[in-house]
Design a protein around this ligand. Structure first.
Ligand SMILES: O=C(O)CCC(=O)C(=O)O
Ligand SMILES: [Fe+2]
Length: 271
């Protein structure tokens, strides 16, 4: 497969940077991201590419790391004993997912072709409002296949590292697996603990926006200040999500200790 066979270029004419249709599209998506903290690009990949990516996930399924965690919404495993029990830093939430690292699935996978393709990287840079983005160069991190089987879910959390997150729905669950977000739950200057506490204890369901995620939809979201979660999956169909990490500088790799918590301990390589 070639990248041109992965991306739906009829709906997303991203090849020619001088094409006015591309300029208008990118501008619309940039505005939508700014307003809502997320933007969804339906039918971003073609059906055959999507099916191949799901097959890649199923083939690599046995090499997934099972993540069962109990963490607060700041992704810390321990709370703060100096704060009250009902403070959001002390409210622990459980999550369970299966993570397939970059080096655990096929290099021919359509999700890798898409990620490493300059027209996609450049489109994303313009949507998130930066000059240029670079591929992550960690062995595990650049592209992951995140699988949710029945009972799996992610708990309310803020993303901690990147200014934006990009996901691609490869296969939706039959029931559940909804991606929900509470835009601007906090700001850079205000932790808004009262409100965060109410959201994570389920007192503000009406504030959560359900992000429509048909299979094939790309989503770019700012998860740093907007709580988000994935509701529990029910049924035999695995929810399969591609997760992509772009960087603002070249040569970025992850911290092996942090990686071990996400991808599991790796066997030491001799030599
Ligand atoms: O699986 C999803 O839809 C979202 C995953 C997520 O929260 C993330 O990658 O930060
Ligand atoms: Fe997240």
């Amino acid at each position: 497969m070639r990248p041109e066979d992965v991306v739906n270029l009829d709906a997303y004419p991203i090849l020619d940077r001088s094409d006015p249709a591309r300029t208008a599209l990118v501008e619309r998506l940039r505005q939508e991201l700014e307003e809502n903290q997320f933007v969804s690009l339906p039918d971003f990949i073609l059906p055959a590419a999507r099916e191949q990516a799901v097959a890649d996930a199923m083939e690599a399924r046995g090499r997934a790391h099972h993540n069962n965690s109990n963490r607060n919404c700041y992704l810390h495993r321990t709370g703060d004993p100096s704060l009250p029990d009902d403070h959001p830093r002390n409210i622990m939430l459980s999550a369970s997912t299966k993570m397939i690292a970059y080096d655990r699935f096929s290099d021919q996978s359509p999700v890798k072709l898409l990620y490493h393709w300059e027209p996609v990287r450049q489109m994303v840079a313009e949507i998130v409002g930066v000059e240029k983005l670079y591929d992550n160069e960690d062995p595990c991190q650049p592209v992951n296949l995140l699988c949710y089987e029945t009972g799996d879910r992610s708990a309310w959390h803020f993303d901690s590292v990147n200014a934006f997150t990009m996901t691609l729905m490869l296969q939706a669950a039959e029931v559940g697996g909804e991606f929900e977000m509470v835009p601007n739950t906090r700001t850079d200057d205000d932790q808004n603990y009262d409100y965060v506490g109410r959201v994570v204890t389920g007192q503000c369901p009406e504030d959560a926006v359900a992000v429509a995620r048909e299979a094939g939809a790309l989503c770019i979201f700012r998860g740093c200040n907007s709580l988000h979660r994935v509701s529990p999956v029910v049924g035999d169909t695995t929810r399969v999500m591609g997760v992509f990490v772009y960087e603002n500088e070249p040569g970025i790799v992850g911290d092996p200790e942090v990686n071990a918590t996400v991808y599991g301990e790796r066997e030491a390589v001799a030599g």
